[in-house]
Ligand binder design. Structure first.
Ligand SMILES: [Fe+2]
Length: 365
């Protein structure tokens, strides 16, 4: 059965926040702005939001303690802040970390959910309305119903997902990405690429998500040369932002597969950036899929104008540079942690334990 659901209103274009003040006034009197420590303050996104709120005569409170790979503790603290400040809605500004944290905060501010229940999947419908402003082109969190959090008790990242976590509105303005450094740009783009590729290799892929993924992959591939030289025009930045949102729309229906499941251990134990973690695994994962479904991999590579997995691996190696090394003991541990993850069963060819081990090994040893 074909099903697609993505209720977020997406508003794209330069100065889209300042051109749409009524979107903010319709949400309520007081906002909780959820962001990280620095980027939103430097790239102008926070200034634009505050200017609109001021002109509208609305008030706000800022929770800016969201770290990279936000923790369970962080979102409970943010939710307490939201309750104490009696806010009406949430504005999430930043990359994937602030946006994912903002979703959990919006829900925990309205529902009494204990830490033990947080990953149960059973939630009520109450949630604060959400406006999201992505300031990287990668996560696609602005159009998904998932919030991925670091769970120290389980020593991994783990997602909570519910239709109530879809943001109400997403503003896409590539001007906030003009000064993004090379590593952040590359890592986030590869995350977006991984979302579209994984979406096509999900058991839940359907013609609609495949259509979105194909456009997204082609748009990202059109920027490969500019990415290699790190000479991106505003138009390239817009294309990458559009592509990452499309990729988010893909995984909002398909979910991610084994690459994300495996990457979480590299992030948790090796402190590897999320997009980079996917990028170092993606080519060898495609090689594994190719053994079973060569036509599928050929189709994905053709969207990037590539003939084989080696060509794709060369590109990723050039973009990612020198790779971290991991030991066989570490691979054994990561494989054990990865196998029970739901993304494994979500993969179009379900990898066995030895497949996961081999993908890690050929990617990083
Ligand atoms: Fe991701």
């Amino acid at each position: 059965m074909l099903q697609y659901f993505m209720p977020t209103r997406v508003i794209m274009g330069e100065d889209s926040i300042k051109k749409n003040p009524s979107v903010f006034s319709e949400m309520g009197k007081k906002a909780l702005i959820v962001t990280g420590k620095s980027s939103a303050k430097k790239n102008g996104s926070l200034d634009d939001v505050i200017e609109v709120l001021s002109k509208n005569g609305q008030s706000w409170s800022i929770y800016d303690k969201v770290m990279s790979n936000p923790t369970v503790e962080c979102v409970y603290e943010g939710a307490s802040h939201a309750r104490a400040e009696e806010v009406d809605y949430v504005i999430g500004i930043g990359g994937g970390s602030p946006m994912d944290a903002a979703k959990a905060i919006a829900m925990l501010a309205c529902q009494d959910i204990t830490e033990d229940q947080l990953f149960s999947g059973n939630y009520g419908k109450e949630v604060l309305p959400m406006i999201f402003v992505p300031t990287t082109a990668g996560t696609g969190s602005e159009v998904t119903s998932a919030s991925v959090l670091t769970h120290h008790k389980q020593k991994t990242k783990i997602g909570i997902s519910s239709p109530v976590l879809f943001p109400d509105v997403a503003f896409l303005d590539a001007k906030y990405m003009d000064d993004l450094p090379r590593d952040v740009t590359v890592n986030t783009v590869i995350d977006a690429l991984s979302h579209s590729v994984e979406g096509m290799l999900s058991v839940r892929a359907n013609p609609l998500t495949d259509a979105l993924a194909s456009v997204s992959i082609r748009m990202i591939a059109s920027c490969f040369e500019a990415l290699k030289k790190f000479d991106l025009s505003r138009k390239d930045r817009e294309n990458l932002l559009y592509a990452s949102t499309l990729a988010g729309m893909v995984i909002s229906s398909t979910g991610t597969v084994a690459v994300h499941a495996m990457g979480y251990s590299l992030t948790y134990f090796k402190n590897m950036d999320h997009g980079r973690a996917n990028g170092v695994l993606l080519a060898e994962f495609l090689r594994f899929i190719e053994e079973h479904l060569p036509d599928k991999v050929e189709q994905i590579l053709s969207y990037m104008g590539m003939k084989n997995v080696d060509e794709f691996k060369d590109l990723l190696d050039e973009l990612l540079g020198l790779k971290e090394e991991i030991t066989l003991d570490e691979i054994n541990m990561y494989t054990e942690i990865t196998m029970p993850k739901h993304n494994i069963k979500n993969t179009i060819v379900e990898p066995k334990k030895e497949d996961i081990f081999n993908i890690y090994k050929s990617s990083l040893c």
